[in-house]
Write a new protein. Structure first.
Length: 246
């Protein structure tokens, strides 16, 4: 049974339920291979090019030369992140598909007023991240992410293969049980490129407006949306599996 016959989301959800338990014992490479073989060109890696994402891109490149990779470009990313994107395209010989908000930064300012991120970061993330992601995911049957369970409380129950109730497709998380130490060991062992900001106390990197370096002893995600209780941009919130599908 391949994706050509899995027309309905309900069939894909049943597939997830049938394989989810067994997949917990698979290696990241086995999980990636399963996703590539099952979904062909209807699966893509989603990445913001953090350390975890770089591990996944490197692993995928050793399995396939033609995998799909996309990013949500908020147009507020650091120069170091854009530089890393160029290096990835060069090293791995792939083109990064960039999804943008329907609003340019100037149009957003015109409609919402200046510095929306400082007043209502949830709305800003919805406009610049969640809505473009929803459009991109509507082209796909499955997406591959580099989330890890110990990054935030809302990621702690993630499985290697999940049903994404929020966006209605299969969500594949090959390194969900890895630690930060494993991630960095892989990067150093395999000569994987990474964002230069990681060397300047930025363990987690997003938009320029909402990311700062962390101080010694702080949580690695303390530098994201400083001053707000927000810890997620809304892309990886886990919702109960019982949510109706279609
Ligand atoms: S991280 Fe900040 S600037 Fe980026 S989309 Fe979210 S609120 Fe806007």
């Amino acid at each position: 049974m391949n994706d050509r016959v899995l027309h309905h989301a309900s069939e894909r959800q049943a597939l997830v339920e049938s394989i989810q338990g067994a997949a917990e014992t698979w290696s990241p490479q086995q999980v990636l291979n399963w996703a590539f073989e099952r979904f062909g060109n209807r699966v893509a890696i989603s990445s913001a090019f953090g350390a975890e994402g770089m591990v996944l891109i490197d692993m995928a490149s050793r399995l396939r030369t033609d995998f799909r990779l996309f990013t949500i470009d908020t147009e507020f990313l650091f120069p170091e992140t854009y530089n890393l994107m160029d290096r990835i395209e060069q090293k791995y010989g792939i083109a990064i598909d960039r999804a943008y908000s329907v609003l340019s930064p100037e149009e957003q300012e015109g409609m919402e007023g200046p510095e929306l991120w400082a007043r209502d970061p949830d709305r800003c993330c919805n406009l610049r991240k969640v809505e473009p992601l929803r459009r991109k995911l509507s082209e796909l049957s499955a997406w591959i992410t580099s989330i890890r369970r110990d990054q935030t409380s809302s990621r702690s129950s993630a499985r290697r293969i999940d049903w994404d109730t929020k966006f209605g497709l299969v969500k594949v998380n090959p390194i969900v049980d890895w630690t930060a130490k494993q991630v960095w060991r892989y990067i150093h062992d395999h000569g994987v490129p990474y964002n230069e900001l990681h060397n300047q106390d930025y363990p987690s990197i997003g938009c320029t407006h909402c990311t700062r370096a962390v101080r010694p002893g702080e949580d690695p995600r303390a530098g994201r949306w400083p001053g707000f209780a927000k810890t997620e941009c809304g892309l990886h919130i886990i919702e109960p599996l019982s949510t109706p599908l279609e």
